[in-house]
Unconditional design. Structure first.
Length: 144
C-alpha cells in the first residue's frame, strides 16, 4: 500500500528537524509505544496497538537513512505481531520555515493476519494514525 501527503507545521524548521531526528521524542506520538531503545544503527520499539477488531502486541526495528539535514530523511522499518508482519519505507521532505511543509510518502507492505483485514480497513486505520501522528508532532514541537 502506498500513502502520501503534505502537512503544515507552524514552527521553525530547525525546531521541527531536531524533533524528527530524535526517535525518543517522535515515539511519544505513536499509539501504544511501550519501549524504545537504540541498538547500533537502529532502534527497537515494542508496543500494543489495535486495528479494527484486531488488537495485540508488536515489536519493530527501524533506522533513518538518506538523511539531508533540514531537508529530507528516510525511515526503514520492519515489525511483527498480531499474527502479521509490516515492512515500511517512508520519506519525509521539509520545505519552508514557519510554517514548514512536510511532504511524505510511505510504502507499506503487510503480511499475515493483518493483510487479511483488507485494504479498506488498513487504509482507514493508517489514515487515522498518520493524522494523529502529525497533529501530535505539531503540538509537541510548538510546546517545546
Amino acid at each position: 500500500m502506498n500513502f502520501e501527503g503534505k502537512n503544515e507545521v507552524k514552527v521553525e524548521i530547525n525546531k521541527l528537524w531536531d524533533f524528527l531526528t530524535q526517535p525518543e521524542k517522535v515515539s511519544q506520538c505513536f499509539p501504544g509505544i511501550k519501549s524504545i531503545s537504540k541498538e547500533g544503527e537502529q532502534y527497537k520499539v515494542s508496543g500494543r496497538v489495535g486495528i479494527g477488531l484486531l488488537k495485540g502486541d508488536y515489536s519493530a526495528t527501524f533506522k533513518y537513512s538518506d538523511v539531508t539535514p533540514l531537508q529530507r530523511l528516510s525511515l526503514v522499518a520492519r515489525g511483527n505481531g498480531m499474527g502479521g508482519t509490516i515492512d515500511l519505507n517512508a520519506v519525509l521532505e521539509l520545505s519552508g520555515n514557519n510554517p514548514v511543509i512536510v511532504s511524505w510518502k510511505a510504502d507499506l507492505r503487510i503480511g499475515g493476519t493483518l493483510a487479511s483485514l483488507g485494504a479498506r480497513v488498513m487504509n482507514s486505520a493508517a489514515g487515522s494514525i498518520i493524522e494523529d501522528l502529525f497533529n501530535c508532532i505539531a503540538q509537541k514541537v510548538q510546546e517545546s
